[in-house]
Write a new protein. Structure first.
Length: 397
């Protein structure tokens, strides 16, 4: 029964290839007979040491057997040439010599020899050493090939993830101008994140907005986020009046039960503005409360607590209602925007983040959001975030 490990799938098979460098043909014949019958061992004999490097380049040996005493080029010089060759320096070399001298052995090992045998050795011993050194070299080759294959695979995966991330980002809405103006910041902690947001007209009087956050990161989270965003913006949830936030969240909860989506769930804040009256109806499913900021007043947190989407089949989603004051700014955001660890080790709280949103500075728009993101980075003392950060601002004239 063989003790050799099974081959690694996808790696090139390597047989044992022996290059014997010895000017004596009788030695070559003796080694050939020793290896005869070993079907996994291929022997090549080179009698001209001057051609040894070129022959090794040609046949790619897994072990080199070489004499020390040869005409024109001595064995130590040949060892040095093998070691200076980028392709051959890693190939194990077994020195064959008639001399059993410690000084010669030491010099051979100093020049890169892997082993030293007094010729001609016993057949069993020669085979054992050939197999030992060849198997170690082949294992190193396969390790390097596996690493290179992994690098190629990672490069392909990174390119595909970048393309997917660009696609997800392309689904995010274009900024609006006019009576309702919008701006947003989206900073993913990985190539693909699970945040998504959007806004759309339901009819002439009703305008909807949402921000959702899928648990986890990666391809699965991004796919669920995209599916949920499409269901909302295309208004494809069956038998749902999108003007009614409670119906929308209930419809999402039915469509995205976590047991049908690889046990993933998401939080969401969804609101509908009635343009004529400025009444804003909203529901939340485990999501941070949205914040209304208006000149001359404290920030208002639009809280409506319920279980995240997909976690409970019969979940109830209570509705909140508020009236937006003139020039109001509404902020929707994911918890990655404020669940930060400060440089002193303490944790930032939701109320601290609300204070940042309400602080004086740029009144609204991209500059305002960029300042908020910069403040979050300063809070944690690092440019990257451990979680996705989404920040959506809607300004109502």
């Amino acid at each position: 029964m063989s003790d050799a490990p099974p081959p690694i799938p996808g790696l090139r098979e390597h047989g044992i290839v022996v290059l014997l460098v010895d000017d004596q043909r009788i030695v070559g014949e003796a080694v050939r007979r020793m290896l005869a019958g070993e079907t996994d061992v291929v022997l090549h004999h080179e009698t001209d040491p001057g051609r040894a490097v070129a022959r090794a380049e040609e046949i790619a040996p897994t072990v080199i057997l070489q004499d020390l005493v040869m005409p024109d080029i001595d064995g130590l010089t040949l060892l040095r040439r093998f070691q200076e060759h980028a392709q051959l320096r890693a190939v194990p070399t077994i020195v064959l010599s008639t001399k059993e001298e410690p000084k010669v052995k030491a010099e051979a090992f100093a020049l890169g020899a892997s082993d030293y045998l007094v010729k001609l050795p016993d057949r069993v011993e020669l085979l054992a050493r050939i197999r030992h050194h060849s198997n170690a070299y082949i294992a190193a080759l396969q390790r390097n090939e596996a690493y290179e294959a992994l690098q190629r695979s990672q490069a392909v995966l990174a390119a595909e993830l970048a393309e997917a991330a660009q696609y997800v980002r392309s689904l995010l809405p274009a900024p609006l101008e006019g009576a309702i103006a919008t701006a947003w910041e989206f900073v993913s902690s990985t190539s693909l994140g699970g945040d998504g947001f959007g806004y759309f007209d339901i009819d002439a009087d009703h305008f909807a907005m949402f921000l959702l956050d899928v648990c986890g990161h990666g391809v699965g989270a991004a796919l669920l986020s995209v599916s949920a965003m499409n269901a909302l913006t295309a208004q494809t949830l069956p038998e749902v009046d999108f003007r009614d936030p409670t119906q929308v969240l209930a419809g999402l909860n039915d469509a995205f039960a976590m047991e049908k989506h690889n046990n993933m769930y998401f939080t969401i804040w969804y609101g509908v503005l009635h343009r004529p009256t400025r009444a804003l109806r909203y529901c939340s499913a485990g999501h941070p409360p949205a914040v209304v900021v208006a000149d001359g007043g404290p920030p208002a947190c639009l809280r409506s607590d319920a279980m995240p989407i997909g976690t409970w089949p019969d979940a109830v989603f209570p509705e909140g209602v508020t009236t937006l004051p003139p020039a109001a700014r509404l902020y929707l955001f994911s918890d990655g925007a404020y669940e930060l660890t400060r440089t002193d080790g303490s944790l930032m709280r939701y109320d601290d983040f609300v204070a940042v949103l309400a602080a004086r500075g740029e009144s609204s728009g991209p500059a305002r959001l960029a300042a908020v993101i910069d403040a979050a980075r300063a809070t944690q003392g690092a440019p990257g975030f451990e979680d996705d950060v989404s920040l959506l601002e809607l300004t109502f004239a």
